[in-house]
Design a protein around this ligand. Sequence first.
Ligand code: 10G
Ligand code: SF4
Length: 334
Amino acid sequence: MTVNLPKEVVLAQPRGFCAGVDRAIEIVERALVKFGAPIYVRHEIVHNTYVVNDLKAKGAIFVEELEGIPKGSVVIFSAHGVSRALQQEAVARGLRVYDATCPLVTKVHVEVAKLAREGYEFIMIGHAGHPEVEGTMGQLHDGIYLVQELADVDKITPRQTEKLALVTQTTLSVDDAREITTAIRARFPAVREPKQQDICYATQNRQDAVKMLTRRVEMVIVVGSQTSSNSNRLLELAQRMGTPAHMVDGAHELQPQWFEGVNTVGLTAGASAPEVLVQEVIARIHEISGVAVRTMDGVTEDMRFPLPKGLKLDGDEPPERSALHVRGQASTTL
Ligand code: 10G
Ligand code: SF4
């Protein structure tokens, strides 16, 4: 019996690491070189198993609570950001903090604090329990109402409706956020919206690329961890476009039967998934089927954010850049 196997793999452009993730990982790597292990990291620096295990092997200790971290230790806040209470607790415990919160998340925090001083209350679109939502909502004691889905818009009860502002998690589904925003505008016509939407450039670009990809391929593979919100949004988007899709944490999770009868496979990666995993997935698909690989045309990202002060190294040589830092823009080697 001959089984029809894929003839082509098309790589999404852009895919994988965003500037905030690259910066956050570099902060941990620099801290390890400059101060030596252990370095404490509050929450997974980014939601990716491979990245977290790589940094653990280099001496990072990941914790959810600051309690128990010895006084004077270096602690790094994850890229998703933290609440004011956590920042204050770190100071009270005598910890040396390096903040790896993505500057685009910090921008949202700054806006919330500024408008709160002007008397605004807030509606936040986001997912309950996600660290970014906890961090942004935790910029205030109260007066910030969470909307997770359309049905929540009618349930929230702000104290007043003249000074209401909208903020969102940076990694939402662009389409869902648009729909929820329309409903919020209908209920609260005076709501103030961010000048530039909070959903970030990387989220927008990766979702646009998946939409394009689904027009050309019969199946989509997303490289990303289960805990990664933006990776889940890419999976969901491909499926909503009517294309079967699977998410894998690495090549070991690929199942050969997915590829039977499929001629073209699209491959993308969440903002926290390193390119090394994408290359392993390509190699495994090549092993299964001997396919050709090409990269889709798309936006080339050159965003880079400055590092926090105090992580300069001798001669300012960055620590030996691990395979983690390769961005998903080079075409593949196959
Ligand atoms: O997609 P989420 O927010 O779960 O995070 P991630 O670590 O998988 O990807 C990077 C995105 C952020 C740090 C959120 S700003
Ligand atoms: Fe920053 Fe966007 Fe990346 Fe989040 S997903 S770390 S906001 S660039």
